[in-house]
Each structure stands twice: as C-alpha cells, then as structure tokens.
Design a protein around this ligand. Structure first.
Ligand SMILES: Cc1cc2nc3c(=O)[nH]c(=O)nc-3n(C[C@H](O)[C@H](O)[C@H](O)COP(=O)(O)O)c2cc1C
Length: 359
C-alpha cells in the first residue's frame, strides 16, 4: 500500500489498519500479532475497559494548546530480528532495549553491554513472561512449526503463507526467519527463532535478577508487566526508574485485569516516586488521554503500531502516529483542558469498584 493511499480518508483510525494488515499478512502472522492467550478474555477487556472510564469535560476554560508535540520513543524487543545497534542508529528519538533473560545471564550481560555502547536510553525488563502464554491461534496456525528447522513439519501450514505472495516475497527478500542478533549465547552465537519458546520458559525474571541487572546497567531501568501495587513497590525497592503497567497485551495470563483498570492502584502505590507508564488496549487518542488522566506519564502502543506497520510499512506507522497525535490534541481541546500536562483525575469518572488506593 502506498504512502498516499495510507494518508487518504481510507485510514482515519487505528481500527482501519487492522483489516488492511489482515489482508496483507498470512493468517499465522496476522493471528500472532492480533491474538492473545487462551480465551483472549484479557485481550478483549484491555480495549473494552477504556469504555468504563468516561470523561468529565470543562467548558468555557482558557484556549487549549496543541498537545502531543513531544517526540516518540521506541522499545526494541529482545526477540527482534534487527540488531539493537542498527535500530539505535536508525532512530532520532529515544530507543529503549527490552530485555528478556533468554539464553542465560551470559547472553543478557552481553546485550546490556551492547545497549550501553550503542547509547540506548534505558532498559525495559519484562517480568510477566515466566513462560510464553498459550496463544491458541498460534498453535492452530503452526507458528512453532513454521519458525522451526523441520521442513516437513511446515508443509501443512504453508498454504496460508502462499496466499499472501507479496508478503512472502518481502519476507524472503529480508532473509526469511531471522536469527536473534541480540541474544548471543557465549561460545554458541545468536539464538534461533525456533528456540524462543523453550528459552523463554527457562528465563523467568526474579526480583534477584532485577538486582543483578541493576548492578550491570547504570542507566534507567523500567520494569514492565506490573499489575498490582505490591509488585510496583517491590520493583521500586529493586531500583526501577519507571514502572510499566502491562498485561503483555493479553498475551500472557488470560483473565488478569485490563491494564487501564490496574493503573490507578499502581499509581497510588508508587506515590509519585517514579514515572508510571502503561500499555494494553490503546487504539485511540482518547485512550491515551484517559490513561494520562489516571496518572500514567506515558503510554506504549503494541498492536496500534504493528497493524499499521503490517499494512503499510513505515508510511503506515507515520500515519498511525499522526492519527493518535491528532486524536490526543482534539480530545484535550474538547475536554476544555489547556495541555496534556494539566490532565488529571478530575477529567474522568471511573467505576466505583475500581481500586484506586495503594494496597
Ligand atoms: C506481536 C507482539 C509481540 C510482542 N512481543 C513482545 C516482546 O517481545 N516483549 C515484550 O515485553 N512485550 C511484547 N509484546 C507486548 C507489547 O510490548 C505490549 O505490552 C502490548 O502489545 C500492549 O498491548 P496492545 O497491543 O493492546 O497495545 C508483544 C505484543 C505483540 C502484539
């Protein structure tokens, strides 16, 4: 899809990217991105729960200023097929490296040192992945087989890939299933993509690991995957510079509460000591504004940018950011608020049973 058609009226909100991504990607790839764990309850709730938060606008207030002028940062996953050095070099904004302990401490130590040399702004340590969640769509689509080395095992799952020839061509042009250049196991080399599931299952991050990482990494460490006040306080004790409220986009433990619902409790527990970020279900600028009203200092987007990237590459992501930025600006104006910096709890109403105090 061309940059021009992406910026046309065809794509006016993030939800417009989803069917485009679905049409462009093989079923297994689309489902890997779109799906969640087991019954996908948490995945759906992440989005739906934003509707429980309603706005309380104030009218006849001073003219609102444009919001969202700040640059956008990027968090690179450990499981990326691109080296952290190349991603750092390609971006003008802050780049954070998301760390899993896959491949053992030796591999993690090497990645941390590379992140330091490359000039990453911070480490994001994900703590909600003691094993990979059971993503039933991936199971049915044969994601493990398609990523693995056994050519025969792939055969039943190949038709979905051949139905998307332009995607397949691009995939092959990029070198096919990548190795993981950021998970370099001492004396072995980069991990293979097919080994990720088993490697994740052997690499749960403990509080003791956080302390170890903290000693190696002198820059900011963000702890991602926090859903309770207790865990937030523990993460602070282990030296977190920011807490990221997240349920992994509903891809890990199905049935946990939606991130937006967990946010007030975590904000109360952190009590202003560090920034609180959140992700999960952000599809509109209004979702971002609601999260900021409830105390988030930043929000992170997963699928919102991934649908756009899948549909139209870099032009798609640019358009998605434009849409979200314009949404935020408009929502802040409609709220009668002067700027994003002034958003607070008084602009929203949340259901009475949402926990809002520290436990
Ligand atoms: C396809 C896909 C891959 C992901 N991979 C990772 C990962 O490697 N590490 C991580 O911490 N989170 C990962 N996540 C979770 C995101 O970082 C984020 O928490 C989640 O997508 C937010 O929810 P949203 O998609 O509703 O915005 C992934 C999410 C998706 C959709």
């Amino acid at each position: 899809m061309s940059a021009r058609s992406i910026s046309s009226s065809r794509v006016v909100c993030i939800d417009d990217f989803r069917p485009l991504a679905q049409r462009r990607l093989p079923k297994g790839v689309f489902d890997y991105l779109d799906g969640g764990a087991e019954g996908e309850v948490t995945l759906r709730e992440n989005c739906r729960a934003f509707r429980d938060v309603t706005f309380r606008p104030r009218h006849a207030v001073a003219a609102a200023r444009a919001a969202g002028k700040a640059g956008t940062g990027y968090i690179l996953s450990t499981i990326s097929g691109h080296s952290l050095e190349s991603v750092r070099a390609a971006s003008q904004g802050p780049v954070f490296y998301q760390l899993y302990l896959m491949g053992g401490r030796g591999a993690a130590e090497a990645a941390i040192e590379r992140a330091r040399i490359a000039g990453c702004s911070g480490l994001v340590v994900t703590i909600d992945t003691p094993v990979a969640g059971l993503r039933e769509r991936d199971f049915r689509n044969g994601v493990k087989e398609l990523m693995g080395a056994n050519a025969l095992a792939k055969i039943p799952f190949l038709p979905q890939v051949f139905k998307r020839p332009s995607w397949l061509l691009g995939f092959l042009r990029d070198g096919g299933v990548p190795m993981l250049p950021n998970v370099v196991i001492p004396n072995q080399g980069p991990m293979e993509m097919g080994d990720v599931g088993a490697a994740l299952a052997a690499s749960a991050v403990t509080w003791r690991d956080l302390r170890w990482i903290r000693e190696l990494w002198r820059g900011p460490m963000v702890v991602k995957g926090v859903l309770t006040g207790e865990d937030a306080k523990r993460a602070l004790d282990e030296g977190a510079a920011a807490i990221s409220v997240s349920n992994h986009g509903g891809r890990q433990l199905d049935g946990v509460r939606p991130s937006i619902r967990a946010l007030p409790e975590v904000v109360a527990a952190v009590n202003g000591q560090v920034e609180v970020w959140m992700d999960g279900g952000i599809r509109r600028g209004a979702d971002i504004v609601k999260a900021l009203c409830l105390g988030a200092r930043a929000v992170l987007c997963g699928r919102a940018y991934a649908y756009a990237l899948s549909a139209a590459g870099e032009a798609g992501v640019t358009r998605a950011l434009e849409i979200l930025r314009a949404d935020v600006e408009r929502t802040v104006r409609l709220l009668g608020c002067a700027s994003v910096a002034e958003l607070d709890r008084s602009y929203v109403e949340v259901p009475a049973n949402w926990a809002c105090s520290a436990r």
